[in-house]
Design a protein around this ligand. Structure first.
Ligand SMILES: Nc1nc2[nH]cc(C(=O)O)c2c(=O)[nH]1
Ligand code: SF4
Ligand SMILES: [Mg+2]
Length: 209
């Protein structure tokens, strides 16, 4: 597997925010979002065997693992890794362009699936059939850059949403986050709002945190 970084931090996003989590960032991404904060993961990485990755991930002594990227679902070896990590609580951060029905939806797996908005430049890459497979505990993360993105996302959810925890989040430094809260409350939207905790605690461009 091509691994960009493995590190221990606290989860900065989603419903496990604040919990100690081992991050496994795989290299490579099929998208090129305009606001990407991990472009260093596109090409930089070390080839490691599944066994080496397993050893490193399990060496920290925590049971929560966040599999991220890049786009982690592009590397087929993750199926073997996920099977080996069956005792672990695994959160898979996917960019929403990959068909998730090709991957196991075990009880110990939780997807956080992005919906790419127009500001990302990748709105045509969303694999909308994924909405069919998401469960109550999976998360749908929508990163907003402006009001057009918000309206676009609101309409898309009206058409496609079935199950899962919806989270709205601002593009870092692009929009006043309070505006998103205001729009959500005005429309009586019952979803989560979040800021990326790791970007508040550490430098927004820091790696390995
Ligand atoms: N602390 C921390 N939490 C995160 N949650 C998702 C991350 C990601 O880069 O996908 C991330 C990250 O890079 N750091
Ligand atoms: S999907 Fe994620 S890693 Fe890939 S370009 Fe978009 S923000 Fe960057
Ligand atoms: Mg990410």
């Amino acid at each position: 597997m091509k691994v960009n970084e493995i590190f221990l931090s606290i989860q900065g996003e989603g419903i496990s925010t604040g919990y100690p989590t081992v991050f496994l960032r795989l290299a490579g991404c099929n998208l090129r979002c305009r606001y990407c904060d991990t472009s260093y993961s596109y090409a930089e990485g070390e080839e490691m065997t599944v066994e080496e990755v397993f050893k490193k991930v399990t060496s920290y002594g925590y049971k929560r693992v966040c599999l991220t990227g890049g786009e982690p679902l592009l590397q087929q070896e993750i199926k073997i890794l996920l099977a080996a990590l069956k005792e672990y609580e695994i959160n898979i951060e996917t960019n929403g362009s990959v068909d998730i029905c090709l991957f196991p939806l075990g009880e110990n797996h939780r997807f956080t699936m992005d919906i790419k908005t127009p500001s990302s430049g990748e709105a045509d890459s969303n694999c909308l059939s994924n909405f069919k497979y998401l469960r109550e505990k999976d998360e749908i993360k929508i990163v907003l850059g402006d009001y057009q993105d918000y309206l676009w996302a609101r309409d898309l959810l009206k058409q496609h949403y079935k199950k899962g925890i919806i989270t709205f989040s601002p593009i870092y430094n692009r929009i006043d986050p309070k505006k998103i809260v205001q729009w959500m409350l005005e429309d009586r939207i019952d979803a989560r709002f979040q800021l990326q905790l790791h970007k508040i605690l550490w430098h927004p461009e820091a790696r390995g945190v």
